[in-house]
Design a protein around this ligand. Structure first.
Ligand SMILES: [Fe+2]
Ligand SMILES: [Fe+2]
Length: 181
């Protein structure tokens, strides 16, 4: 059976590539140049649809089993779970803002409106992933057994990754092109 933690780590690597793309667009904006709003919107759409709906719930199923084995992780997993909610909410809000910018004729594409939430989202998600990789992931590999992994797999939803999976969803061709550049 494929190691779930290996899969989650691989997804973190993918998410970081997307955050790098996002950061590059925010740098352009910061320097007064025009960023690619469609690219940013597509990245946030992916994060809200794949990271928030598939990746995070799988981690939370792991957190639950882990906390039952070792109560010392309780505080840590509570904090990580809270961050999932924060990321979900702020990601959805930021996505909506980017969509509005694309659909509006107005020139109100202000630094604070896009750069501030964008930087914050990127920063929180990056540090969240680092914390998971160094803490709960290591512990889960040590403490969880085959039955636990089967349980996690059956109890959580899965769907093919629309960017890094075998088939790229139409919406994400622009993102893929940029990832290749
Ligand atoms: Fe997470
Ligand atoms: Fe994660």
């Amino acid at each position: 059976m494929e190691n779930e933690i290996f899969k989650l780590r691989k997804e973190h690597v993918n998410f970081k590539k997307l955050l790098d793309l996002l950061d590059t667009q925010l740098d352009l904006l910061h320097r007064g140049k025009a960023p690619d709003y469609q690219l940013m919107t597509d990245i946030l759409y992916y994060m809200t649809q794949y990271s928030d709906l598939i990746h995070h719930p799988r981690e939370e199923a792991i957190f639950t089993l882990l906390a039952a084995r070792d109560s010392s992780v309780l505080e840590n997993v509570a904090e990580l779970t809270k961050q999932h909610h924060t990321l979900g909410e702020s990601g959805a809000r930021f996505y909506e803002k980017l969509e509005n910018i694309i659909n509006s004729e107005s020139e109100i594409k202000k630094l604070q409106e896009v750069e501030t939430p964008g930087r914050l989202y990127s920063f929180i998600l990056r540090s969240h992933m680092d914390k998971e990789e160094q803490g709960v992931f290591v512990l889960a590999e040590k403490l969880l057994n085959e039955d636990d992994w089967k349980k996690i797999k059956t109890e959580t939803q899965s769907k093919p990754d629309p960017i890094f999976g075998e088939a790229i969803e139409d919406r994400f061709h622009l993102v893929c092109k940029r990832l290749e550049q």
